[in-house]
Write a protein that binds this ligand. Structure first.
Ligand SMILES: Nc1nc2c(ncn2[C@@H]2O[C@H](COP(=O)(O)OP(=O)(O)O)[C@@H](O)[C@H]2O)c(=O)[nH]1
Ligand SMILES: [Mg+2]
Length: 268
């Protein structure tokens, strides 16, 4: 059992609802079935995060999709880089009945929400943004969150950050690739030459104009290296450097807004 799953199991009992953070570039792969049993019975607020990175029309379709799920209490989309409290107001609305019931008895009910999601989807950034200062630790690397920390983001709302975890089944290669492209899988444990070539294949097929304007016509790592001058002595290709540059460019949005999984079920 991973640390995140153990922590979620230990902490779930007093939790009023779950904030399920999804990476809007890979909404499908952001769902981790190993969370299901733990959060069963708790209202879920799905947050499509990193919405600044994907086309609005695609995002809207995903919001509709998640809204249609039976276990979904609510769906919202944010960019946690500047979350505006929308999540808190939705959360309070969701738990209004509970808050009011306690208030009628003269008790101030604090709503406790557990923030869950795969590594790197933005859980800690969301919480930081809502508390307005750097209390939790963020990093553009999976597995940065450690330890348990309930934080107050509103007189009525407390949030618990959790360390992200991935579904251990990587038999679905496409899903594994998508998670690696967006940085949810540590680069240290994947073959970045393979990964970056797969990313190039995807980009040349689906976003040809954007990628060609930066990398030229070719489409292979070698072509990119020649175009960008990533060569070592003797004119040989520096594959490692090229691979890192391709991944880094993608993650820095050098090709604009890109979605890897579309809501119509067709992922590519
Ligand atoms: N563009 C963009 N980047 C984000 C957003 N939210 C988080 N990030 C970045 O994603 C990376 C991972 O965030 P973090 O909060 O540590 O993810 P966690 O592992 O789920 O806690 C960091 O580099 C954040 O700056 C967002 O809405 N938009
Ligand atoms: Mg974190």
């Amino acid at each position: 059992m991973t640390k995140a799953i153990r922590m979620m199991k230990e902490e779930i009992k007093p939790v009023d609802c779950v904030i399920y953070v999804l990476d809007a570039r890979v909404p499908m792969s952001s769902i981790n079935p190993s969370f299901d049993e733990i959060i069963a019975g708790k209202p879920r607020l799905y947050v499509l995060n990193k919405s600044d990175l994907v086309p609005q029309s695609e995002l809207n379709q995903w919001v509709r999709y998640f809204s249609s799920l039976p276990q979904s209490a609510c769906v919202t989309n944010v960019s946690t880089k500047n979350a505006d409290g929308k999540v808190i107001s939705v959360l309070k609305q969701l738990n209004k009945e509970k808050i009011d019931r306690f208030l009628a008895k003269g008790v101030k009910k604090t709503i406790r929400a557990m923030v869950i999601g795969i590594p790197n989807c933005g859980k800690s950034t969301l919480i930081n943004s809502l508390i307005g200062k750097k209390k939790t630790i963020t990093g553009n690397r999976p597995g940065v969150t450690r330890g348990k920390q309930w934080v107050s983001v509103d007189p009525y709302v407390e949030l618990l950050d959790t360390p992200g975890t991935l579904y251990p089944d990587f038999s679905d290669q496409e899903k594994a690739l998508h998670l690696a492209f967006v940085g949810s899988v540590r680069d240290e444990i994947v073959d970045i030459l393979f990964l970056s070539q797969k990313l190039l294949d995807f980009l040349y097929e689906n976003y040809p104009e954007e990628v060609k304007s930066k990398y030229g016509e070719g489409g292979t790592l070698a072509d990119v290296a020649k175009k960008r001058g990533y060569l070592i002595k003797g004119g040989e290709i520096d594959y490692e450097r090229t691979a890192k540059a391709v991944l880094s460019d993608f993650r820095k949005q050098a090709f604009g807004k890109i979605i890897l999984e579309k809501a119509d079920g067709r992922s590519f």
